[in-house]
Design a protein around this ligand. Sequence first.
Ligand code: ADE
Ligand code: ZN
Length: 331
Amino acid sequence: MRDFIQSLPKAELHVHLEGTFEPEHIFAMAARNGIDLGYESPEAIVAAYDFYDLPSFLTFYYKAMHALQTEQDFYELTYAYFEKAKADNIVYVEPFFDPQGHTSRGVAFETIISGIHRAQADARTNLGIESNLIMCFLRDMSAESAMEHLLMSLPFKEWIIGVGLDSDEKDNPPLKFAEVFQRARAEGYKLTMHCDVNQKDILGHMWECLNEIQVDRIDHGVNSLEDPSLCEEIAKRGLGLTVCPVSNNFVVQTYTTDEIRKMLQLGMKATVNSDDPAYFRAYLTDNFVALAEHGEFTQAEITQLVKNAFEVSWLSEADIAEHLAAVNAAA
Ligand code: ADE
Ligand code: ZN
């Protein structure tokens, strides 16, 4: 099964670049930049990983970001992810980045996006991996800060395909950012938002995403299965759901295999993704293998999930058709 999964050309639509920061790189970059994170070795960083819910993960995730300072740091972070993606036979990525996690520490927006963009260009040339960047707002920060960052991004609009919403969802509903997302759409950005698993008011958040924000995709969205009319609406609109099984197992202690299978049965466009692979120690192929192991997913189900990712990507119809033909040829 691992060989079969590996052999399929794949797309990844839910990966936080800062979540691909491997302990060896955190350690080396912190040392290079004279930042003391309080760890004596990469092994000590791994030993400190203790994630059992979203806040416990996010605390560590934001702390490690302090090691990222220069354009070259953002380049290396991003390029290292693309090398991992290449090893997994990923051919297309829509990665997230969290500018507020960096500007809040005094790093310029231009420094962040220039490093990421240069790595995307090199990955296209050297590794044959296409990518389109998604800028996320941190929902536990203010709507004003999100709007400031949206405006900051406009000179770099050609380098960004869409905007997302991540970080701690508790008491930070989609509607808090309605104006920001409305402006983002007017600027030509695609829209997605995290609807994290088992969050307070999650079904209300999902309806806000659909009715008020009118998102083009939903990140996670597993709880939709608790509301048949929500499932029906998601299926009718052909909205993609970017589910992350291993991440789910860390934050809510289930790989959500039953939910993913049910989505496929209901005609919902579920996809499989890695979220924060360096922290959850599982890149994309590992996430599919987890589904096969914990949910006995068949090759046909895996192939459907892989195809869904291309179908709900923000590529052109022609590019999508080309990728689907390549999956069919490999499956
Ligand atoms: N930021 C990075 N990873 C995240 C996750 N899994 N959920 C919400 N925000 C995040
Ligand atoms: Zn995420």
